[in-house]
Design a protein around this ligand. Sequence first.
Ligand SMILES: [Zn+2]
Length: 394
Amino acid sequence: MKKAQSMKPLTTLELLSTLVGFDTTSRQSNLQLINYVRNYLDDYGVESTLIYNDEGDRANLYATIGPHDVGGVLLSGHTDVVPVTGQAWDSDPYKITDREGILYGRGSSDMKGFIAATLAAVPTMVNQQLKTPLHLAFSYDEEIGCVGAKDMVEKLKLLEVKPRLGVIGEPTLMQSIVGHKGKQTYRVDFTGFSCHSAYLDDGVNAVEHAAKLILFIQQMNQKLVERGYTDSGYSVDHSTFQTGVIKGGTVINIVPRNCEFVFEVRHLPQHDVKAMIKEITDYAYQEVLPAMRKVNDECDISFTNLSAYPGMHTQVGSECAELVSSLTSHACAGEKVSFGTEGGLFQEHLDMDCVVCGPGSIEQAHKPNEFIHRTQLVECDGLLEKLVNACRVS
Ligand SMILES: [Zn+2]
């Protein structure tokens, strides 16, 4: 505890203003912010580890406060934000503007508010003798598929003692959320056989064969409902499949050789997504491709996974759900959300129980004039204060 002992601790609002000032749009360097956080922690004698991406221009930060020989509670936040390009803002998105207790700025809700509150609680964390450690885990590039967190879990897997519970501070208006869907995205490339469209029996129409598979993918929605693979905790109660992008063909009088499309599945975490994808690839390779190859054996279909993150599924009444609801004024009623978080990765790879709970609303995330109510930050400060109390030697 070096120079910070004589310093006046920074407030959540002051820290939020500083964090919002760093343009950490995904895919850009977040190192300015990370170095600021690292120096801040260093001022309180807290050592942190940086886990860089391959290019070395982005990093995750991981730090433990309290004993290193027992599990503990991980506080997770992503440092990146979505772009402001093309959005009409009424004020500078990288400067917190306070209008009657509403704080505008990119990342104010999603999710620099939580990181600011966590940092503001650091002086209290270090001044208490903790029996349960608190771990800070700040990642990069969450918004483009939990990229940084994937590197972080690989490193955390190597720790002898791993965090046991996780609070993922995505904006939930401080409600405890126990589940979210996982997501996978695939590109499918069809190679048919081209010819003059007047002689189409000589060709293999890649667009039409792709359409068969697209229809099959679309029908998965109904099939899963019929099989009872539903969860009424979600506003859309089943895993969902959709094709969102398609390209194929050149001109109308040529039987198209190529077609590619991209589809996604947003799956319930309790159901096996691999089995769902296998149903689709089986149909492609056992039904569609043989029909194409009957005409020309050079035809092909290939699947490329473009992104994936797991879902999160925590039991109501689990240690983590109980802990988090005891720290807030909202009882945990088993709410689930449609958006993804890093909680699924921590749960899948580190066997941690996680709850999503943070200040601000997802309604404001990603939009122009993103904001957070000052009262949300106060509520989050309160949660962290209670958490520190719950973790200290009594
Ligand atoms: Zn977020």
